[in-house]
Design a protein around this ligand. Structure first.
Ligand SMILES: [Fe+2]
Length: 371
């Protein structure tokens, strides 16, 4: 079901006009390329093109499976420069890959706030708020990666003047509270309600044993938006449980080194090596699994969209539930032997050994019976 299912050119031609969307036409008209890949080795090195409307340089990254849910772009602000003021009737979350700078956000009511960010900062732009990004350095460029839910909105209205030029304040989302972009938030279970994290690379996490191997986890709701995101970290010599979910999770490596395996059901896992700045976007319902092979803990950020989560009747994402119960998470006890073999070999190259015995043991206590 989740295989790529490639058909003949003749059959593909019959659906070609449906593949073309207002969103894709808009990106082309912006003068930017789209990388249609589910793996980018390093977002810091990906080549950008001048972006006349925004004022910097950019590229869109939009995998086939994600293009109707959310999209992703990388943008660079020139040294000593800024982007043009901008507003949009869709949501956006931003992670700063490199450099430092500031952002000013304002509304029609005249409320205006500015905040400063640096490498590792994470924040969201409130829906339809005017905003402008400034580079704080006269010497170095600043580069960020952003995920938006623009595709659905642009496809729905097909009216760019409406999407990018509607003077309306969503007061519930942003009302100029001076603390709005303060580096603080309210922790509700695994969820942190905040609008700005100054240093997401070192943000303390909460233990989440359900995803395996002593991992830390934190979930975000930012700018009262509908898109969600989370950070996961896992210790040296460990890996997370394999799982599958819907399209649109953009996984960005914040620290550490390792690799991900990704595969459609019934096929051999493929390996995608990562370092700080790598991104993997697991295609719709492909299994995927993340492995730390480095000498430090590994941490990643996942920008998502609600369609990523396939939930059970209790509202629990099936990617957190054992396949033995009908969920989409593979227990360690059920994984293919090749998974452990590849991991042992990869660690050996760094003179390390797997530190998984405790995680395998801990799983047994709650492991549902195999059917
Ligand atoms: Fe995932």
């Amino acid at each position: 079901m989740a295989k790529e299912a490639i058909v003949s050119e003749d059959m593909a031609k019959k659906f070609a006009t449906e593949k073309e969307t207002p969103y894709l036409r808009w990106v082309r008209d912006e003068g930017l390329d789209i990388i249609s890949a589910h793996y980018v080795r390093n977002l810091n090195r990906v080549e950008l093109k001048p972006w006349a409307r925004r004022g910097g340089r950019g590229i869109y990254i939009n995998h086939e499976a994600s293009r109707t849910s959310n999209d992703c772009y990388v943008c660079e602000i020139p040294a000593g420069g800024q982007l043009a003021p901008h507003r949009q009737l869709f949501e956006e979350m931003i992670y700063v890959l490199d450099g430092r700078g500031s952002t000013t956000v304002w509304n029609e009511a005249g409320q205006k706030l500015s905040f400063e960010w640096g490498k590792g900062s994470l924040f969201a732009i409130p829906l339809n708020a005017n905003h402008q990004h400034f580079n704080g350095s006269g010497k170095e460029v600043a580069r960020f990666v952003a995920v938006t839910n623009g595709p659905a909105v642009i496809n729905l209205y097909e009216d760019l003047n409406f999407v990018f030029n509607t003077p309306y304040d969503f007061k519930e989302r942003f009302s100029g509270d001076p603390e709005y972009f303060a580096n603080k938030g309210e922790q509700k279970g695994l969820l942190l309600e905040t609008n700005f994290v100054a240093d997401a690379i070192n943000l303390p996490l909460i233990s989440a044993k359900e995803r395996g191997a002593g991992g830390g986890h934190i979930r975000f709701n930012m700018a009262k938006g509908s898109m969600n995101s989370h950070i996961s970290q896992f210790p040296i010599g460990t890996y997370k449980k394999g799982h599958a979910h819907g399209p649109g999770a953009h996984v960005i490596i914040m620290s550490g080194e390792g690799y991900s395996l990704m595969w459609p059901e019934g096929e051999e896992p493929k390996r995608y090596d990562w370092e700080v700045g790598s991104m993997v976007v697991p295609p719709n319902l492909w299994f995927h699994q993340h492995f730390n092979t480095g000498v430090t803990p590994a941490r990643y950020l996942a920008f998502k969209h609600e369609v990523v989560s396939i939930r059970n009747a209790q509202g629990v994402p099936k990617a957190w539930i054992s396949r033995r119960l009908g969920g989409d998470q593979i227990d360690y006890a059920d994984e293919a032997p090749i998974v452990r073999q590849l991991f042992t070999e990869a660690l050996a190259k760094h003179g390390l050994e797997p530190r998984m015995a405790e995680a395998y043991q801990a799983e047994l206590a709650d492991l549902p019976k195999a059917s």
